[in-house]
Design a protein around this ligand. Structure first.
Ligand code: ADP
Length: 607
């Protein structure tokens, strides 16, 4: 069901869906903590049942007091006993109220954890393209943002509804002795304000939904103005005032409308609330009249007044809870839609291919980003034999990184095939492929963990393998850098944590390079701009070490630096997603095409 359908639902269907979600709330509470759920149910039943009984007992107290004053034998004792019973009942209501808030407080933390766990568990299974899909991303963000409040709110409201529904059964039973009319008045007086409330809460929901692009933009500005990674540039260029101005303007675009809804909502709330009060005073008149006429006893009068007053509160609270549940249900719908988002299986189960000596073969590979006017890659083919190195060069935006994402199965080819050992990449198991391919992404992650763990992240099965860290660091020429850190491999990195050390961009890249070398036994290493942040000395060192590092393995290196490309057995030149040229360095220079021009520009710069 999409949001439009949800909004268009008639009231009874909304109520039905609210009830359905109340059951879902119970299930959610049960799966979070059975003990707390049992306590919640018990407290709800007590808090629901006790008030009506207490009202009935209050009637006995008054009638017996009047009887005692008229000299009826034993009436005084009965009144005293009844007061004792009423005290117990009121005590039970207080205890149940405590029980309810106690459960809610404990559930709050546990429930937020349970729900966030579900959200994160799902996030682990998503593909890169899912993260890039704005609507799914919005769903996930909304689910995450409201995980601490909505599920608890749903449970609280569902139990509130149950509590007042139970109370109302008792009140109705008592009032029905007076007249069914009284019951009818009680219910009818609450309904208009419920309908108005439901309508306006729907409007508010729709309003916020409509303005979610503005809100997203405001969140983004908040991030830019409050995060360390933006502070340097924002401060230097003095962007703060400008962005803050935009932030305020965005707020103004919808505040007026928000206010209008609020004014209408509360004006109606006031009028309809007064209608309820009028109904109460009507009933008040009626009950006092009947008492004066001798139709009702003083005790009955007290009881009916209490029941009518509390009954009114119960009706409005129950209806408000029902409306609220509907609002929370919209959140839950979003959460469910996110959790049920189908992620097609990208991987197969194979751990080896039919022709191990075939290496990597790419055939007619094409890829268009969703909504993009033209393909990022079209009809790319090449063959990388075991032990060989391929360099991929090209201008910005020519599709190099897209190719890396396809080769590492971050995306699945829309057209064409990628074969490893003669087997389509889609058929390899996740573990099988991971055992074969390692990668250094161009926009690698900077984990705010230990330096060693930043390397260990390249092979989660050996995340804490210190010998492994050292070997990979040695091989990736990062060992000297790490040994100079205050606590060596155990130095915590990043500025987010107290006492941690921050690295330069080039130093982070060294760690990421070592991370790609952490897995052992891989025979296809993919490096996307491995030295983009390195100084010339490091670049030269890496160029020199590459053949050692690759050591008979297949290498695919994306590089702007033609000095790196030069050492490759084969060079692929991409231009606007197509293979423009291919060959060895010497052959391509001789061809005097795109590559030769690129090479000439770079060589010129050094002369
Ligand atoms: P290169 O690595 O050669 O600089 P990319 O592979 O990153 O080029 O990009 C190729 C084309 O795809 C560019 O036109 C770019 O705008 C587009 N592109 C890259 N990443 C995305 C993405 N995540 N979503 C949509 N378009 C993208």
């Amino acid at each position: 069901m999409n949001d439009d359908d949800a909004r268009a639902l008639p009231v009874p269907r909304k109520a039905a869906s609210a009830l359905r979600y109340s059951l879902r709330a119970l299930q959610l509470a049960w799966s979070t903590s059975r003990g707390l759920t049992v306590l919640l149910v018990l407290s709800t039943v007590v808090a629901g049942v006790a008030p009506a009984i207490a009202a009935y007992v209050a009637r006995i107290v008054v009638d017996q007091t009047v009887a005692a004053m008229d000299g009826v034998a034993g009436a005084r004792d009965t009144a005293m006993w009844a007061i004792g019973a009423e005290a117990l009942l009121v005590g039970a209501v207080v205890a149940a109220g405590r029980g309810l808030t106690f459960c809610q407080q404990l559930l709050k933390a546990k429930l937020a954890h349970t729900v966030t766990h579900l959200i994160l568990e799902k996030a682990i299974t998503l593909r890169l393209s899912d993260f890039e899909d704005p609507s799914l991303h919005d769903r996930m963000e909304e689910a995450r943002r409201e995980a601490t409040v909505r599920p608890l709110s749903l449970i609280t409201r569902a139990f509130t509804l149950a509590r007042y529904a139970i109370s109302l059964v008792g009140y109705f039973a008592l009032l029905a002795q007076l007249s069914w009319w009284a019951v009818l008045v009680l219910v009818l007086a609450g309904i208009p304000s419920f309908l108005a409330e439901a309508r306006f809460s729907e409007q508010t929901f729709r309003f916020f939904k409509q303005h979610s692009p503005e809100n997203r933009e405001r969140h983004y500005i908040e991030t830019v103005l409050t995060r360390e990674e933006f502070a340097k540039e924002v401060g230097f260029f003095g962007l703060g005032e400008l962005l803050l101005g935009r932030y305020d303007a965005l707020f103004q675009t919808y505040y007026g409308e928000d206010r209008k809804i609020a004014v209408k909502r509360h004006a109606w709330g006031l009028v309809l609330g007064l209608l309820g009060t009028a109904a109460f005073f009507g009933a008040y008149l009626w009950i006092v009249w009947d008492t004066v006429e001798g139709i009702l006893t003083l005790g009955q009068m007290t009881m009916y007044l209490v029941v009518f007053r509390q009954g009114q509160t119960a009706v409005t609270s129950a209806l408000a809870a029902l409306g609220g549940i509907y609002e929370d249900a919209l959140y839950l719908e979003n959460l469910d839609a996110y959790l049920e988002h189908a992620v097609p299986e990208l991987a197969g189960s194979a751990t080896e291919g039919p022709s191990p000596s075939d290496g990597l073969r790419v055939e007619g590979l094409s890829w268009t980003y969703p909504g993009a006017p033209r393909p990022a890659l079209s009809d790319v083919s090449f063959h990388l034999q075991p032990g060989q190195t391929l360099a991929v060069v090209g201008h910005n935006g020519s599709g190099k990184t897209t190719l890396v994402k396809l080769l590492t199965r971050r995306y699945v080819a829309q057209e064409g095939r990628i074969l490893l050992d003669g087997l389509d990449l889609r058929e390899w198991s996740v573990a099988g492929l991971r055992a074969r391919i390692s990668v250094l992404f161009q926009d690698f992650n900077r984990y705010k963990l230990k330096a060693g763990e930043n390397i260990g992240a390249g092979d989660p099965t050996r995340f804490e393998d210190e010998d492994g860290w050292r070997r990979a660091a040695d091989q990736g020429l990062a060992a000297a850098l790490i040994e100079r850190l205050p606590e060596g491999y155990h130095t915590r990195l990043g500025k987010a944590f107290r006492g941690a050390t921050e690295l330069s961009g080039g130093q982070w890249q060294r760690l990421a390079f070592a991370r790609a070398l952490m897995p052992t036994g891989n025979d296809l290493l993919i490096f996307d701009e491995p030295t983009s942040a390195a100084d010339p000395k490091r670049q030269a060192e890496i160029d020199e070490r590459l053949s050692d590092i690759l050591d008979g393995r297949m290498g695919l290196i994306v590089s702007h630096r033609l000095a790196t490309a030069r050492i490759a057995d084969q060079i692929l030149v991409l231009d606007e997603g197509r293979v423009a040229e291919r060959g060895t360095h010497d052959a391509l220079v001789a061809e005097e095409g795109l590559y030769a021009a690129l090479f000439e520009t770079q060589a010129e710069a050094y002369r």
